[in-house]
Design a binder for this molecule. Structure first.
Ligand code: ATP
Length: 332
């Protein structure tokens, strides 16, 4: 199948800054693809390369099998939803949404009908007459989405679109966006530095670091099988354990990662397991995070609400299933 977006050794350097560095990437049609990484890791630059706002310094980009070399943004079948929405304050909602169609020369009746339709898609029917200033942040976000969907792009690029919303609204919009994406079948490329958002929404996630993709896979792959310390730390909060520790339990001298929820705490100090001392406990509502020290290592353990909690300073025994100790390719 022809990929929706394909990067072949794509770089975008700004002077000595390697914003994007020799990235290979294939995004499938109708895929919900998340680009996840810390600030400055090159996610937005990748998005801008797909949109055509940036040109690669080296390498080659194809969109649905067609070379994007030299193709300006408005000739790509791609739209972008920006974090700050970028709505025109002096135009009403309907005209904001219809704007892209006007630029493409669509007649008035056609573009207003399409804009009404797009507003329905984002659950804002009847809001066409308002100005952006008369809407809440969440509503403005929906208008920006409607505007990007109105001419049914084949690829929709979303740059931290939920970043400005409060947590509750953000969670609602995450669900809605996912439902909308599945219903429309449009390829979504979604940039975020929020790992929870990437894991819960995307079909696949690319983890970025310093202009490179360090791992790409399904949310489950990325979470359960991080390839490196960077991915294990960035995606969730894993315990990265050194080769000595891993060798003792698995016989292999490799770096490992052990998720806090994979460890159980027993208070009796008999039986086999890792003897540890409780350093601190932090209540998180549905669970408590217990920090322990074992074999000179600091480990985090998640104890579900309702389970007995050890006290600070207490000696405990940690157990885990060996298959939960995931071996990594490197400890960097
Ligand atoms: P954030 O999550 O903060 O948006 P990001 O992962 O999207 O970060 P980019 O915006 O792609 O990161 O930036 C990657 C690197 O390229 C950064 O070091 C940034 O300062 C640099 N950069 C981006 N655009 C330019 C530019 N026009 N000129 C110079 N440097 C740039």
């Amino acid at each position: 199948m022809t990929p929706a977006v394909s990067f072949q050794k794509v770089s975008r350097h700004f002077g000595s800054v390697r914003a994007v560095d020799a990235v290979d990437l294939e995004i499938a049609p109708s895929e919900f693809f998340a680009m996840l990484g810390p600030s400055g890791s090159g996610k937005t630059t990748c998005l801008r390369l797909i949109a055509g706002f940036e040109q690669p310094t080296a390498g080659h980009i194809e969109i649905f099998g067609e070379s994007a070399d030299g193709v300006p943004p408005y000739r790509r079948n791609v739209n972008t939803v920006f974090q700050d929405y970028a709505l025109f304050p002096h135009l009403n909602v309907l005209d904001n949404v219809a704007y892209g169609l006007m630029v493409k020369g669509a007649g008035k009746a056609e573009r207003l009908a399409a804009a009404e339709e797009a507003l329905k898609l984002v659950q804002l029917p009847g809001y066409g007459g308002r100005r952006p200033g008369q809407l809440s942040g969440g509503q403005r976000q929906r208008v920006a989405l409607a505007r990007a969907l109105v001419n049914r792009p084949k690829v929709l690029l979303l740059d931290e679109p939920l970043g400005a919303l409060d947590l509750k609204l953000r969670e609602n919009m995450q669900e809605e966006l996912k439902t909308l994406q599945k219903a429309l079948g449009i390829t979504f490329v979604f940039v975020t530095h929020d790992q929870g958002e990437a894991l819960s929404m995307a079909d696949r996630v690319a983890v970025f670091n310093e202009g490179r993709i360090v791992q790409v896979g399904t949310p489950n792959d990325i979470y359960q099988h991080p390839r490196s310390r960077f991915v294990a730390d960035f995606v969730g909060s894993s315990n990265v354990v050194p080769p000595d520790f891993v060798q003792r339990y698995c016989g292999q001298r490799r770096w490992g990662s052990l998720r806090p929820e994979a460890i159980r705490i027993a208070r009796e100090t008999s039986g086999d397991g890792v003897t540890a001392r409780v350093v601190s406990t932090a209540y998180h509502g549905s669970s408590t995070r217990v920090a322990v020290e074992a074999d000179g290592l600091r480990l985090n353990v998640t104890v579900p609400a309702g389970a007995p909690l050890p006290g600070e300073g207490e000696t405990v025994v940690l157990t885990f299933n060996r298959d939960q100790l995931h071996l990594m390719e490197d400890g960097a």
